[in-house]
Design a protein around this ligand. Structure first.
Ligand code: NAD
Ligand code: 13P
Length: 376
């Protein structure tokens, strides 16, 4: 029997995932050509439904305009009918919606179904933190791998060379099938047996990206105000110096952030492997998100506004319906830190949370009191 794939989600990355998969299902005989994609239905300004437009134009005009998904992608606004008959489910929604989506699917999917989560984020419950792959496997009773990496969706949509990491726990055969389903000459996928490590990387780097975004403008502000004391030629020298200072500082934030990512991951899941942080899901995703992601972009605007406009307002103004994960993740991680008495050990994570709720000004990110404690 052929494998049948459904993509549960259709935002920016969800649409690119559908495109990647659809290019492979037509090529590989072990997969049914058709790829169903569940769409959270919405009306476009034209009055048309997003699903109808995707099926008519073969393009997600709202979340991935200008890119053809493949004629074998079929959008479906009903999540139950979208997953019907599928034995491979790809979950790719902003993490805050995953619990609701899973609840709708209880009892609707076969026991032999394999899942993979592309969702970067976590849930925090009374009982403690719960990774999204665990939420999926526990709620639906299926095995769930993860795929994370340095994957800014718009770049992969344009078929620019990128890499990704599949994380699995026991089922290596399933992991190999996911590698086959996602991999293309421009999207190189490898698998590691460390589902928690891969998922923690994808989740936590979004907090560091907020810190990196805040930083950008703090340094611009410092540089611009010092410029007023100089003549034109000196301004040019000052600009170059300022850029260098910004890069060093951003690298420092990434380094401190990476240390906190490793420490927090291992404190929650002692089995997490050091080597995972050197895969695409680790240091590579941290770098790309700190340089070019949506978390960085919105944090940059927040710092520019000196915190006068909230993250929620800026998300709505700048992202056209796309969602930010870093602010929520910082809050969720902070809940874990305070619950377990770990706050002092994670100055960067805690400071990002305090800034994002307006308790500290953006400049606090370069005043991390004991930023070296994560090294201990
Ligand atoms: P997105 O942020 O572009 O889009 C938001 C999606 O949420 C839309 O499909 C929208 O219809 C849907 N939505 C809105 N309200 C909803 C509701 N109440 N219930 C259910 N769905 C609702 O989405 P994305 O970029 O595909 O992100 C999904 C996941 O992929 C996130 O965890 C993200 O961190 C991760 N990711 C994104 C990228 C990227 O570059 N975009 C890359 C790698 C991983
Ligand atoms: P942003 O959500 O910050 O755009 O990050 C996308 C991403 O996860 C790249 O791998």
């Amino acid at each position: 029997m052929k494998n049948k794939v459904t993509v549960v989600g259709s935002g920016n990355w969800g649409s690119v995932a559908a495109k990647l998969i659809a290019s492979n299902t037509v090529r590989l005989s072990s997969f049914d050509d058709e790829v169903r994609m569940w769409v959270f239905e919405e009306k476009l300004p034209s009055g048309e439904k997003l699903t109808d437009v995707i099926n008519r134009t073969n393009e997600n005009v709202k979340y991935l305009p200008g890119i053809k998904l493949g004629k074998n992608v079929v959008a479906d606004p009903d999540v139950e009918s979208a997953v019907k008959g599928a034995n491979m489910l790809v979950f790719v929604s902003p993490h805050q919606f995953m619990e609701g989506i899973c609840k709708k699917l209880v009892g609707k999917i076969g026991k032999d179904t394999e899942g993979i989560s592309l969702v970067k984020g976590m849930e925090v419950k009374k009982e403690g933190p719960c990774m999204i792959s665990t939420l999926i496997s526990k709620t639906l009773g299926i095995n769930c791998s993860v795929l994370m990496g340095a994957n800014i969706a718009n770049e992969i949509a344009l078929e620019k060379f990128s890499e990704a990491t599949v994380g699995y726990s026991k089922n290596k055969e399933a992991a190999e099938k996911w590698v086959q389903l996602f991999g293309t000459p421009y999207f190189i996928v490898s698998a590691v047996q460390d589902v928690e490590g891969v998922e923690m990387c994808g989740t936590l780097k979004n907090i560091v990206a907020i810190a990196a975004g805040l930083l950008h403008n703090i340094h611009n502000l410092i540089v611009v105000s010092s410029f007023t004391f100089y003549k034109m030629t000196q301004i040019l020298v000052g600009f170059v110096d300022g850029m260098e200072m910004g890069n060093n500082t951003k690298a420092a934030i990434m380094r401190i952030g990476l240390k906190e990512m490793i420490k927090f991951s291992k404190m929650l899941f002692p089995s997490v492997k050091d080597s995972t942080f050197f895969e695409s899901c680790g240091v590579a995703d941290l770098i790309t998100t700190c340089l070019g992601g949506r978390n960085r972009k919105v944090a940059d605007a927040y710092a520019k506004n000196q915190g006068k406009r909230s993250f929620d307002q800026l998300e709505a103004e700048l992202l056209n319906g796309q969602k930010l994960q870093g602010v929520l993740t910082a809050k969720e991680v902070y809940e874990v830190l305070s619950d377990r008495g770990w706050v002092e050990q994670f100055p960067l994570f805690s400071t990002v949370h305090a800034i994002s709720i307006g308790r500290l000004p953006p400049s606090a990110i370069v005043e991390l009191g004991d930023s070296r404690s994560a090294n201990k």
